[in-house]
Design a protein around this ligand. Structure first.
Ligand code: DHB
Ligand code: FE
Length: 277
């Protein structure tokens, strides 16, 4: 039987991808940031997941403003990376798990989540940077299932709906008859806004409130609308929706095993959180 061994949320800032590509991990400006991932690496070594469900938002690589699925899932044998404009080196394709993808898609549609299934999908920094951060930039041993949440163009899904999607993904995985140890990743956030009058906006109290809520009791946060999240966290801070999908996928008793918050990396409040039974 497949089972979810835990969940990790992390920012996906392109500058982190650049720092990894250029080997800046021990640079004094970066050491504290990269060191904060060590407990997650240690946990991954212990639980040895073989599949990562990567919940993130596409930034215009697959879906542009003309066609914008609210929720989309990959069902490909592999996912190629491309640079959608940040100048990051293109990395090797990531292996997929089509059989588990189709099982999740079938189960979601049966449970009235009318998601878009994608037999071809390119993955951008929202996927590739967290994979490099957690598994190393050249490791392709873990199979992946990308799940894209529209955080880009209104109307956006609600926090409550994203949480429910995570739970539905978890029920799907737990009904897969073959063995698989699955980790669910939520990428993006925390508060940031890259454009307009509020460019550079960061809301630390709101970020910390959200992280506590995700760890302890998410119910209040699920009463927010996605517009509330944009107001409180910025127009890209709404990437927090992927963290809510990740949280929803932890069905049983859950504890926050690790958490680190960094004031700002690039334009973004960056954080990493590990949830496990
Ligand atoms: C930055 C953050 C993001 O989430 C993103 O997708 C692109 C850039 C930034 O802080 O620079
Ligand atoms: Fe982003």
């Amino acid at each position: 039987m497949a089972r979810i061994v835990g969940a990790v949320a992390t920012s996906h800032i392109p500058l982190i991808g650049k720092a990894i590509a250029l080997g800046w991990q021990s640079d004094p400006a970066w050491k504290q940031f990269f060191d904060s991932y060590a407990p997650v690496h240690e946990w991954l070594r212990t639980v040895q997941p073989d599949v990562a469900v990567v919940v993130y938002n596409d930034h215009g690589l697959n879906f542009f403003l003309d066609k914008m699925p609210t929720f989309a899932i990959g069902a490909a044998a592999e996912y190629t990376n491309a640079d959608e404009g940040w100048g990051l080196p293109v990395v090797r394709p990531f292996p997929g798990h089509p059989e588990l993808s189709w099982h999740v898609i079938d189960s979601l549609v049966a449970n009235e989540f009318d998601i878009t299934s994608c037999q071809e999908m390119c993955v951008d920094h929202g996927f590739a940077v967290p994979m490099a951060l957690l598994f190393g930039k050249d490791d392709r041993s873990i199979k992946t299932i990308p799940v894209c949440i529209n955080t880009v163009q209104f109307p956006l899904p609600s926090p409550k709906r994203c949480y429910a999607l995570g739970a539905a993904i978890a029920h799907a995985i737990e009904s897969y008859p073959a063995d698989a140890r699955v980790v669910v990743l939520g990428t993006g956030g925390l508060s940031h806004q890259l454009e307009g009058e509020r460019a550079g906006f960061i809301n630390k109290p709101f970020d910390l409130m959200c992280c506590d809520a995700i760890a302890d009791d998410v119910s209040e946060l699920l009463r927010y609308s996605s517009r509330d999240l944009v107001r409180e966290a910025g127009s890209q801070g709404v990437e927090l929706l992927s963290w809510l999908v990740m949280r929803g996928a932890m069905l049983g008793p859950t504890t926050r095993k690790h958490f680190a918050y960094h004031g700002a990396v690039s334009n973004t409040a960056a954080a990493v959180m590990l949830l496990a039974p």
